[in-house]
Design a protein around this ligand. Structure first.
Ligand code: FAD
Length: 466
């Protein structure tokens, strides 16, 4: 058992919390979306929360933790969904939430501290020079920029820009290593892949440089359809329209909008599916003409934040907010993360919708990956048993729809991140004692791990670039 009194003494001058109740609060994320992770991780807790205010304090903390052999699990706002920020081996939660500065804004770029809240970054870049981040998770109002880079994948805006895995969507990261004498690395281009979506297993991000694009006062529009596939075909056609600028396209099957969007249900019929969109103001005439041609019914429109009159912004109905809204009404619901490979994505969605019906109500997010329009699904699952959940996953995969399993807490089993020999070598260099977020990288725990098991991964392996 580490000597926490000695550790606290060594950390003097840095904010430390050891009240077990508060430490437990900061040891949790949104793992409870999954009934499987809920059982596995419910009792996970750290021993201390350390909240550095600067990179220098991060370095000091890592040095002390290394000397005492104590695990360190970084944390932004704890909105990750797979127990990513949960300290499986106890030890220290490194809470980056006090490092919130936006340090520099230039044409097409912003530099921030790791704990900057994403919506605050957007507010500051918009006020500074009419710019915004290319895309953000639907948790923009609470999540941190480094937590997104280390734990997220894409989001609102991915219809135009793809995801975090794409070259150019993160510009530069400063990363502190977990060694006797921590080093500060500056990573760019391919090297970023070592740290993006790696759950903080191979370094602590202390500075993030992200690309920016032109900001707009996006118009929230919900378009209603009598059946889900009508909504999907509209979404696909809209995504392929070159001239209509949108930031979000999410078809959501009935009865989700009426049953679970408690604040928007007044605008939809119980049997209506909707496509949630965000449209640039100057594109509205073209958008309305296009929706009319596709027989879409405009059921809700808000042109300004004031006109929302207390309703959440449309993006807080999408991505994993769809699941959250359903869970608030029906705690037995869970979800999947499914890829419907292009160019057959609409046919694949139709096939899965026919197979599962209301057991797996549809929710899709359209995005542009490698120049192609495709859609990923975050369908709800009306959970019955773990065995049936595994069976639903297997049936999707048997039909050519890979599942990035949100009911697993390791990088590899979650399926978003391919670890390989290059990734492992980098971890050996940056975290030789394996103290950073232990238990999350199978390749580290099990040196015989088969890297080439034939699984589909969202983030590519590093050997591809070596
Ligand atoms: P945390 O949850 O605190 O951390 C995430 C991971 O990053 C953890 O492994 C943590 O250890 C690591 N980490 C945190 N800070 C650092 C650091 N400084 N250095 C190294 N590692 C670090 N995700 C998406 O990609 N797109 C979405 O649209 C989306 N929507 C969501 C909606 C809801 C309602 C919820 C609950 C989750 C959603 N997520 C989404 C998942 C999550 O919100 C995002 O990934 C978010 O950006 C995580 O930010 P955070 O600050 O909460 O990170």
């Amino acid at each position: 058992m580490p000597d926490y009194d000695a550790i606290k003494k060594d950390l003097e001058g840095i904010e430390v919390e050891d009240n077990p109740k508060l430490v437990r609060q900061k040891s949790r994320d949104f793992f409870w979306y999954s009934p499987i992770l809920k059982d596995q991780l419910e009792n996970v807790t750290a021993d201390l929360v350390v909240s550095p205010a600067s990179e220098e304090e991060v370095i000091r903390t890592l040095k002390v933790a290394y000397a005492h052999g104590v695990p360190v699990t970084p944390r932004g706002s704890g909105t990750g969904n797979y127990g990513q920020a949960m300290p499986l081996s106890g030890g220290i939660i490194l809470n980056l939430a006090r490092m919130t500065k936006v340090k520099e804004i230039g044409p097409g770029r912003v530099v921030c501290e790791p704990g900057a809240i994403i919506a605050d970054v957007d507010r500051q870049t918009k006020a500074h020079s009419g710019q915004e981040l290319r895309f953000h998770p639907s948790t923009a109002n609470t999540a941190t920029i480094a937590g997104f880079v280390a734990g997220g994948s894409g989001g609102v805006g991915s219809i135009n820009w793809g995801g975090l895995r794409d070259l150019g969507n993160v510009l530069r990261l400063r990363v502190v290593t977990m060694e006797a004498e921590p080093r500060v690395l500056e990573l760019s281009a391919w090297d970023l892949q070592k740290v993006t979506h790696a759950y903080g297993t191979n370094g602590i991000i202390t500075e993030v440089e992200m690309p920016l694009t032109v900001s707009y006062d996006w118009v929230d529009v919900l378009v209603g359809f009598d059946d889900f596939m009508g909504a999907v075909r509209f979404a696909d056609a809209l995504a392929h329209e070159n001239g209509i600028l949108v930031k979000e396209i999410a078809p959501i099957a009935a009865p989700i909008p009426f049953q679970y969007f408690s604040r928007h249900k007044q605008y939809v019929r119980p049997d209506q599916s909707v496509v949630v969109t965000m449209v640039a103001p100057h594109a509205m005439d073209a958008f309305l003409a296009f929706a009319g041609k596709m027989k879409g019914e405009i059921v809700f429109r808000a042109d300004t934040l004031e006109s929302l009159k207390g309703l959440p912004q449309a993006f807080e109905l999408t991505w994993n907010h769809t699941t959250l809204r359903a869970l608030k009404v029906d705690p037995t619901i869970t979800y999947l993360q499914v890829q419907y490979p292009s160019p057959d994505h609409v046919a694949k969605v139709a096939e899965m919708t026919r197979l599962f019906g209301d057991e797996v109500p549809g929710h899709l997010e359209f995005m542009r990956f490698s120049g192609k329009i495709q859609c990923s699904g975050l369908p709800l699952v009306r959970f019955t048993t773990k065995e049936r959940l595994e069976e639903i996953i297997r049936i999707h995969e048997d039909h050519g729809c890979p599942v990035f399993n949100p009911h697993r807490y390791t990088l590899e089993e979650g399926g978003m991140k391919r670890t390989d020999a290059v990734q492992l070598t980098f971890k050996k260099e940056t975290d030789p004692k394996g103290l950073l977020n232990p238990g999350k990288m199978i390749a580290w725990e099990n040196p015989d791990f088969d890297f080439s098991a034939g699984k589909t991964f969202l983030f590519p392996g590093l050997s591809d670039f070596a």
